[in-house]
Write a protein that binds this ligand. Structure first.
Ligand code: ATP
Ligand code: MG
Length: 443
């Protein structure tokens, strides 16, 4: 992409109402524009990152065997009357009336609709043992939308729903999602700690919130320090194998909790190993058994008679993750995107636009890099060098190549690696090989 053709409206001033760094940087770096409280337009730069996060979430859901579909944002209220949640949900639900006076709503979540969809297509016990998911906008009329995309009113969520014949198979579905979540966050360069959450009347141990540690987070987490050092499951993990050992390692002896849940367990940890921190909830999974299948009559014929289907639901805050990523990766100049979610992999700065040799070199470099599948933002504008550097720092691509007339006389350009701050003078014809090598090893 040539910067002269891109839409990148940067802000010079730090917006006054943005209290945390991720919100400030998203506004300043032209990623986001507020339309109403908690409702944002995703500008081209932010949109690219959002799509990358979404793609990782999707790949890991598919790898775990979940099947994608897409449900609408607007739902008929009748589904929620059926489950009994229409009145229970409260003012967070945006309720709408259509021209025929039918009650509708903008979905805050999709348990009812997915139950209706599954109910429409299954008859026998052989039809269950499936997990369906979608990635769709949700609306919750939060009392206090704040911190930009962290607590929006309209936000993008991945929500998956598992359907099983009995509690034991439901546990297996839960463990698959649990494992997929560890991998998902890891691929974005984040470490999310699974924290025991409320199981309510269902009981058991199958409800976890995934927390990314950050001082600006709204959640509190208490855990054994070793939980921050566990290795995530590998890419070639077999989701049909026994996943209990993984689950145990992350939730067993050293399980993280919020203090209300298990203060005693936290006190039992030797003081030096105690971790008490703030964090951002980037996912929540829970098993709720037959709660919706009973209320909405989702049952299948099994050899031993009719059975209500056992269900679980599994959410990831896709848009919130973008805030969490910036909270985790930034410095005083701007964001420091991990390669896997960066809006572009590499920037090219032409120090002297209009100069025949730098123009030509930049154009060739741009083409060569793009041909290798590297996503490039080429600053071909006539702006001052200082301005170009500050802009590249603010949007912070993992790599930046600077092409100036002086270096070119010796056939060299400068390659900056954002994560380390390292700057190398390298021959022009080596740039593509080096950059693609570094990208590949970072992914
Ligand atoms: P919170 O306690 O933060 O309000 P929640 O318990 O209401 O979250 P869930 O219903 O479990 O959230 O939704 C699944 C995921 O969606 C959450 O883990 C979070 O990452 C994300 N999410 C929930 N509410 C919002 C919001 N208002 N803005 C952005 N992301 C959200
Ligand atoms: Mg909430």
């Amino acid at each position: 992409m040539r910067l002269s053709a891109f839409y990148l409206p940067l802000l010079k001033e730090t917006p006054g109402d943005a209290q945390i760094v991720s919100h400030r940087l998203m506004l300043r770096a032209g990623m986001l524009r507020q339309q109403a409280a908690g409702i944002y337009a995703w500008l081209p730069l932010g949109h690219r990152v959002l799509r990358k996060i979404e793609a990782i979430v999707r790949e890991e859901q598919n790898r775990a065997g979940a099947v994608e579909l897409l449900m609408p944002t607007i739902q008929p209220a009748s589904l929620w009357h059926e489950s009994g949640r229409y009145d229970a949900y409260g003012p967070e639900m945006l309720r709408i009336t259509d021209r025929h006076d039918r009650e509708m709503l903008y979905g805050p979540t999709n348990e009812e609709m997915i139950t209706e969809i599954f109910r429409g297509g299954v008859r026998s016990y052989k039809d269950v043992g499936k997990t369906l998911y979608h990635i769709q906008w949700k609306f919750r009329d939060e009392v206090r939308p704040r911190f930009g995309v962290m607590r929006g009113r309209e936000f993008l969520m991945k929500d998956a729903y598992s359907f099983d014949l009995d509690a034991a198979s439901s546990r297996k579905s839960y463990l698959k999602m649990f494992t997929a979540y560890l991998r998902t966050y890891h691929r974005m360069g984040l470490r999310a700690i699974p924290m025991k959450a409320d199981t309510g009347p269902i009981g058991g141990d199958l409800s976890h919130e995934f927390i990314v540690l950050a001082d600006t987070g709204e959640s509190e987490v208490f855990a054994h320090r070793s939980l921050t050092e566990l290795a995530p499951p590998p890419a070639d993990i077999d989701f049909d194998s026994d996943l209990e050992p993984i689950f145990n390692a992350w939730t067993g002896q050293y399980a993280a909790t919020d203090e209300m849940h298990d203060a005693a367990a936290f006190e039992a940890i030797p003081e030096a190993d105690r971790l008490s921190a703030r964090g951002i909830e980037v996912g929540h999974i829970f098993y709720f058994g037959t709660k919706y299948s009973k209320a909405m009559n989702l049952a299948v014929d099994a050899p031993d008679g009719q059975r209500f289907v056992e269900m679980g639901s599994y959410g990831i805050g896709v848009s919130r993750l973008m805030g969490a990523l910036i909270e985790a990766y930034h410095d005083e100049y701007g964001c420091k995107w991990p390669v896997s979610v960066a809006p572009f992999h590499c920037g090219i700065i032409n120090l002297k636009a209009g100069d025949a040799s730098t123009d030509e070199t930049c154009k060739t470099l741009y083409r060569t890099l793009e041909d290798q599948g590297i996503e490039v933002l080429y600053d071909d504008t006539g702006d001052r060098a200082g301005e170009k550097f500050a802009r590249m720092d603010l949007i912070c691509l993992p790599f930046a190549v600077t092409v100036g007339p002086r270096g070119l006389k010796e056939g060299k350009v400068e390659l900056k690696t954002r994560a380390t701050g390292e700057k190398d003078e390298i021959p022009v014809d080596k740039v593509a090989a080096i950059v693609s090598d570094r990208i590949r090893s970072a992914l």
